[in-house]
Design a protein around this ligand. Structure first.
Ligand SMILES: [Zn+2]
Length: 176
């Protein structure tokens, strides 16, 4: 199966080449080590079970995955499904950073690309390019991670916001 996700496509303007996810020559060892450590931690948790750990897990899952990724990154920031006061929007976006899925600008841009090209050439993580690619390959070898200037084209609304510019650099901080 082809691993190059899409050939460059031209828009109506001949100077603009659409941004595409391609298999990078460089393996992202930083992501690999972080993800591997979390999987090892999940196995270790089976042998060090404690009720307080379950409570911490539930709180982190509730705020990181549900409030942060599902409500903030996905529904509010990507699809603009609803609005809130800015302080609440920012607070929920910070929750999203604790899920270790990147900054709001990166996540939103990749997800808007995904909706634009769902399961077609240009989809950054289509299963048509392989199950492994759509699961982990695009994270470990995807070329979009280093294309922050290009990604901002898909999230210009967030790119204009100084708080999201700041989070694009420091998104790893809240989870520490
Ligand atoms: Zn969506």
């Amino acid at each position: 199966m082809a691993t190059v996700i899409a050939p460059p496509q031209r828009t109506s303007s001949p100077e603009i080449v659409e941004l595409v996810q391609a298999k990078s020559a460089e393996f992202n060892w930083v992501f690999f080590v972080v993800i591997a450590a979390f999987h090892l931690g999940a196995v270790a948790a089976l042998f060090t079970f404690h009720r307080s750990s379950v409570f911490v897990f539930l709180v982190m899952w509730l705020f990181g995955q549900n409030v942060g990724i599902s409500i903030s990154y996905h529904r509010q920031l990507t699809h603009r499904g609803f609005t809130t006061p800015k302080w609440l929007e920012y607070a929920m976006a910070v929750c999203g950073t604790t899920a270790l899925q990147g900054s709001p600008i990166y996540w939103v841009a990749v997800h808007r690309m995904h909706h634009q090209y769902t399961d077609k050439p240009g989809d950054p993580h289509s299963p048509r390019d392989g199950k492994w690619w759509s699961h982990m390959g695009w994270i470990l070898r995807g070329s979009l991670h280093s294309e922050t200037a290009m990604l901002s084209r898909y999230a210009p609304d967030l790119q204009r916001d100084r708080f999201y510019q700041w989070l694009a650099v420091w998104h790893w901080l809240p989870s520490h």
